[in-house]
Design a protein around this ligand. Sequence first.
Ligand code: PHE
Length: 393
Amino acid sequence: MIRRVRLRFAAIAPNERRKNQPGKANKQVDYAAIGREAVSRIQSADDLGSLESLRVEFLGKQGSVSGLLKTLGKLSPDERKDTGPKIHALRESVTDALALRKQALENAELEARLSSEKLDMSLPAPESAPGSIHPVSQVLDELAEIFADLGFAVASGPEIEDDWHNFTALNMPESHPARAMHDTFYFPDAAPDGGRMLLRTHTSPVQVRTMQEQGAPLRIIAPGRVYRSDSDATHTPMFHQVEGLVIDRDIHLGHLKWTLETFLKAFFEREDIVLRLRPSYFPFTEPSVEVDVGYSREANRRSVGGSGDDPGHDWMELLGSGMVNARVLEMSGLDPNEWQGFAFGVGVDRLAMLKYGMDDLRPFFDGDLRWLRHYGFSSFDQPTLSAGVGARA
Ligand code: PHE
């Protein structure tokens, strides 16, 4: 197939005819004039787009100058000697002109942008969403900080627990009525040892596991999720507790009271915290003590502080505690004649509600961004005892 070279210059049209008449060079072709015309068109291209079209028109595969170059092969050596340098010079001048014009147009474009675009360094940075710390995480951090200062380590245990650790070792054998107090989520299949698996109903099994693993003496808190089949404004099927456990040789109820008072004063950041210890019953403590805290009913929201017997005040049940039952020590591998101690368990979500003024527990676990923005805390606001354990966000 003969590929016809498209020639765009009227002045060089005769070249085409020359192809069919080898040996008869057309001396009339004025390559210099062609070059001048091309260069002048290039120089008047007023944007990069039209310059590119000109480049294709002259030097592209089908371009006119490329077409001229291709004719060289068909010329006689003599003709080539005369015409070759002229065509090459033509191509060179077109190439140079293109490069020159391109540079000029690019410079002009940059100039135009520099003079029209503005960078306002005084503008505030665009807002980004840094996220926030969930109130439960915040309170857990605060608790860890306070108890670390009192020499407590943090312990943990599984949320999928066995019957033995959750109940039996805590002095609640099968058919013990206290088991019915916990609306337990059981798994349908039996555990390898024949017992049942369940979602732990409290953090107390971590007491047993830690005594088994670490022996005594001990000073730990065990924060974590717990589960009960229960749901209303102040109960969700999953919630958070912190267990506390201190085991040593001479630990007594006075230590428990001092520890709770010190912890609650630090947590609520007020000195006027008043506690009331009430006799109670838990299978795993003996004696058992329920702890109430005085609060004011006058403010819009409940505010902790003052005695519950003061005018306008009342008592609020806050946590369960007691001296660890000797049978629990025994089942956890400790000699009750050598070791004794106290334990307590407190709802973390309830502490968060009291301190930060939420009255409904359910939105804690809805993942609603508006709620989280309102009640969440800045990740830069780390609880420390020296700077005040509470967040100011
Ligand atoms: N485990 C108890 C509960 O969930 C709380 C508690 C812990 C009571 C430790 C006494 C000692 O209600």
